[in-house]
Write a protein that binds this ligand. Structure first.
Ligand code: CP3
Length: 348
């Protein structure tokens, strides 16, 4: 157990307070990809675990890497260590992570391919991830929130159609053509994501984030149909089972359409990309973001300046400090600490 502060009243979670629009003791901070290869202690556990997926399905080791960044930094949340590709894997699609090359997946490009896939609820993969959730929750202090997550249907489908390459052209063509199998795949992913996030909620996740990392690929009616609608359906489905579970929608790269993400009924906060100006959003929206991960490669002085710019542009009661995308490989761990200190100093 980590220190939980002094006094009799249990310290509150600043992250959950901001998500629930309650007065928070401080500006909450966490980082996308805060557990990962930039940390030597992560690399040591990862070596012990074997492959990346072996680590994801080993609850003891996955819980260990989930809490590692909170030992180093004064963060307000841990994010479950897993991957958005656990869902297609649990559905029965072959998934491997080639060393240094990113994911390789079996492909789904027809109705037959889709019909072969199973439901994720109760699978070994989902059960192991949920065990990680409960083991992690037991290791965190009351003021350290545990965030669960899934990938959004568009982003996950683009990996399933493209076989793991970062090339989303095939998925995009199928979306433009409204291929019936592609629309059915999106619908299936909505259902599986609701089950997956609900299971994480049952296991002890206190907030969840929906990662639509490639949302910025689409515009207009395709953005509506394949990003905003499926994400809204997931939010509605999860809230039906877990009305009090806060949900963060991260539709990366959609620019002005962040207004639409913010208007999704039941969404508690939106995560925004680095390019987005936080000051421009309506005052009733809770926003997460959006320091440039590349600024961390430029050193602590640049980081302090950028933190100042971001923190002064938004009221801390509706801001969750984060990056605009994940921490990059090669980031100096001490610079991550400098970000946290710069945010705390700004708010003093
Ligand atoms: O700390 C955290 O943020 C929690 C864990 C987490 C991982 N992936 C661990 C991971 C989370 C939330 C993700 C989400 C994820 N995974 C996304 C959405 C966010 C984003 O970055 O846009 C996406 C698109 C993926 C798919 C994925 N996983 C790719 C493309 C890769 C390969 C690229 C790379 O960095 O190697 C992964 C692998 C992965 N996921 C690693 C980690 C720590 C590196 C694997 C290793 O240790 O070898």
């Amino acid at each position: 157990m980590m220190g939980t502060g002094k006094g009799t009243a249990a310290p509150r979670s600043a992250l959950l307070d901001v998500l629930n629009r309650k007065p928070a003791q401080r500006r909450p901070i966490w980082f996308m990809r805060q557990a990962g290869r930039y940390l030597p202690e992560y690399r040591a556990v990862r070596e012990k675990a074997g492959s990346f997926l072996d680590l994801c399905y080993n609850p003891e080791l996955a819980a260990e890497v989930t809490v590692q960044p909170l030992r180093r930094y004064d963060l307000d949340a841990a994010i479950l260590f897993a991957d958005i590709l656990v869902v297609p894997h649990a559905m029965g699609l072959p998934v491997t992570f080639a060393e240094g090359e990113g994911p390789v997946l079996g492909t789904v490009r027809s109705r037959e391919d889709l019909d072969r896939l199973r439901q994720v609820a109760g699978t070994y993969e989902v059960n192991q991830v949920c065990r990680t959730v409960s083991l992690t929750r037991a290791q965190l202090a009351p003021n350290q929130a545990l965030i669960g997550f899934c990938g959004a249907p568009w982003t996950v489908a683009s990996y399933m159609v493209g076989g793991g390459s970062s090339d989303r052209v095939m998925a995009k063509v199928a979306a433009y053509q409204r291929q019936p199998w592609f629309c059915a795949l999106i619908d299936r992913l909505v259902k599986e994501s609701v089950d997956y996030l609900s299971a994480q909620g049952d296991a002890g996740a206190q907030a969840v984030q929906i990662f639509d990392s490639w949302a910025g690929d689409l515009v207009g009616t395709e953005l509506e149909e394949f990003v905003m609608k499926p994400v809204a359906d997931i939010v509605a489905g999860v809230k039906e089972r877990h009305p009090a579970l806060p949900i963060i929608v991260f539709a990366r790269g959609v620019g002005m359409a962040q207004y639409k993400a913010a208007a999704i009924p039941g969404a508690n906060a939106i995560g925004v990309e680095t390019e987005f100006g936080l000051a421009d959003l309506p005052k009733d929206v809770v926003v997460q973001g959006n320091l440039d991960p590349v600024a961390l490669l430029a050193g602590s002085e640049v980081v302090a300046r950028e933190v100042g710019r971001i923190c002064s542009s938004i009221d801390r009661q509706r801001h969750i400090f984060n990056l605009g995308h994940g921490i990059r490989l090669g980031t100096d761990p001490s610079v991550v600490g400098a970000v946290v200190e710069a945010v705390r100093r700004h708010d003093e």
